[in-house]
Design a protein around this ligand. Structure first.
Ligand code: GDP
Length: 301
């Protein structure tokens, strides 16, 4: 069910309340729907957009039955998830001719970046790929240690250097080693320090440049990891990271256990960057390839 049980419960309790005893979608229903969407962390802008579309529909059709509201909402939500029509990671495949396929992983500490990398390593390995990890978050000893634990757990090799080493040097070593070993997928962890945007830009820019010395069209993906349970904070982080570097894909974690799953919609709609993975637990099996149809279905069924 894409791990959205709590979001669904929260959202639907409110929608059910909004339409209780009503046959048509009127101002009052729309007000309550707006509240339900905001309560599910869909975000103000995206909520206003959804309400506006439904209002237009009501204006056009004059009379909209409340029982039709669910299907209208589903249509509108699907329309907002148009980015990424087909998820490029179907079955953890990688594009032909891109070997090694290099994924640079960015995000603030604590969002589940290391766990997501571990889950990706597990899934790509399961799909028959040779994976290599690069520990380019050299600022925290714990980051390298944690990634090493995931390397042991998944049996995926890791390239690392002592804490405090130059992240660019680690990234360079990693891609060089990946080419030499014939790796299919290289996943590079980076430090997620947001307090200094210029620094972040420079650091990520430098990592990219050294990676490109070895593989000119790499990184093939810059994956931003966001913690879905932080709701609008995740939106704020997306804003900052997209300003600092070209983010090409999103992974949204911790959607299990939160009622704020609507944030997926807010982020997809606002940044027009495809959500490619969602995290629904702490174990390595708990990463899903995001599928917008399944996502919408799991919210409504
Ligand atoms: P990092 O600092 O960004 O590398 O974060 P970690 O990967 O160390 O994760 C921080 C905490 O979040 C850990 O306790 C993880 O087990 C937990 N975590 C990561 N992803 C998920 C998820 O999808 N669901 C849940 N429930 N917990 C998660």
């Amino acid at each position: 069910d894409q791990g959205l049980q709590k979001t669904k419960e929260n959202f639907f309790t409110k929608i059910t309340k909004a339409i209780a005893g009503k046959s048509t979608v009127d101002e009052e229903v729309l007000d309550q729907l707006e509240e339900a969407l905001i309560g599910a962390d869909v975000g103000l802008d995206t909520t206003i957009e959804i309400i506006k579309r439904i209002e237009d529909r009501v204006a056009r059709d004059k009379y909209v039955n409340t029982s039709e509201l669910n299907s209208i909402l589903q249509d509108e939500i699907r329309a907002m998830l148009v980015v990424s029509p087909e998820n490029s990671y179907k079955d953890f495949s990688t594009p032909a001719g891109k070997k090694p396929y290099v994924i640079l992983v960015v995000g603030v500490n604590g969002v589940g970046k290391t766990t997501t990398i571990g889950k990706l390593a597990y899934n790509f390995t399961k799909a028959g790929k040779n994976v290599l990890l690069g520990a380019a978050d050299t600022f925290r000893a714990a980051a390298v240690d944690q990634l090493t634990i995931w390397s042991d757990r998944t049996g995926v090799p890791i390239v690392k250097q002592p804490m405090g080493s130059d992240p660019g040097a680690v990234a360079f070593d990693t891609v060089q080693s990946g080419v030499a070993r014939g790796s299919d997928v290289i996943i590079i962890d980076t430090a997620g320090r947001l307090h200094n945007k210029i620094y972040l830009m420079e650091e990520l820019g430098k990592i990219k440049r050294v990676v490109q010395k070895v593989i000119p069209d790499a990184p093939h993906e810059v994956l931003l990891v966001l913690d879905g349970s932080t709701g609008q904070n995740a939106v704020e982080q997306a804003k900052q990271f997209t300003a600092a570097t070209d983010v090409t894909a999103l992974a949204i974690t911790k959607l299990d256990g939160t009622a704020k799953g609507g944030v997926v919609l807010a982020i997809a709609n606002q940044f027009k960057i495809p959500v490619k993975f969602i995290g629904v637990g702490e174990k390595m099996e708990d990463l899903l390839i995001f599928d917008k149809h399944e996502f919408v279905d799991s919210l409504f069924k």
